[in-house]
Design a protein around this ligand. Sequence first.
Ligand SMILES: Nc1ncnc2c1ncn2[C@@H]1O[C@H](COP(=O)(O)OP(=O)(O)OP(=O)(O)O)[C@@H](O)[C@H]1O
Ligand SMILES: [Mg+2]
Length: 248
Amino acid sequence: VLALSAFRAVASGPMADDTRLHAIFIALANQKGGVGKTTLAVNIAAQAARARMQVLGVDTDPQGSMEEIASAAGDTVGFHFAADRNPDELSRLRRVKGLYDLVVMDTAGNLVTGDGSLDATLELVLRAADFCLIPCIPERACLKPTLMTARVARDLGLHFAILINQDDPVRGAGPAADLRAFLAGEGLPVLSSGIRRYSAWPQAQLQGVMMPDYRGRGAPRSAVAAREDLSGVFSEVMALLMRKWAQA
Ligand SMILES: Nc1ncnc2c1ncn2[C@@H]1O[C@H](COP(=O)(O)OP(=O)(O)OP(=O)(O)O)[C@@H](O)[C@H]1O
Ligand SMILES: [Mg+2]
């Protein structure tokens, strides 16, 4: 694991080769807790690593769950990770070229504090991002916080999309379809791929296995389905980013 201190050395040294590219920064965020920010952040990072990308996971949540889950996978994790809540370091990270293709930042909930102001650290994390993925689960209590998160992203001029997580595995089931229709009615961008609710997600985490490597005991269908969902979301996000990059 490359510690962020190595980064600091690179970031502060003269960059000789200017043809190297900056990493793309993705933030996972939602005002609401427990929607899958950390689960998706670590596994999108793992999926990118399996696609031979050089990936850094940055845990900006003081709870440190991303670091904990990534550490549990030991050598199989496939990406570097570090905890960092220091906004100066994040903006320095943005200037580093050639080391990483993708930086995936996990965030804490509560973007907006009680008095309605935006959390200062989270604002800086979002300002450091090229793209924000907002996981949302099909539950009433997730609607308002998701709309609020989307508004924050929009106000910051941040490219974002909502990802429906914990969709019912029964095809055509109601709540996720209703959620999709509601979000579309609000004029919000929603990924056409989603993540269904499967026990494989918490199980892989408990066993210290990243989803792209997770086979489960006796290769249950839920492991196959969860891997398929992750791969679908990863492909759609990469396609979105490539399109954006081509337009830039
Ligand atoms: N698609 C899914 N199917 C089943 N369980 C899931 C799924 N996605 C996430 N979970 C489970 O939901 C719980 C919450 O997920 P996670 O910790 O990733 O959310 P979070 O948004 O990071 O929460 P916090 O705001 O507390 O940081 C975890 O136990 C995780 O294993
Ligand atoms: Mg989390």
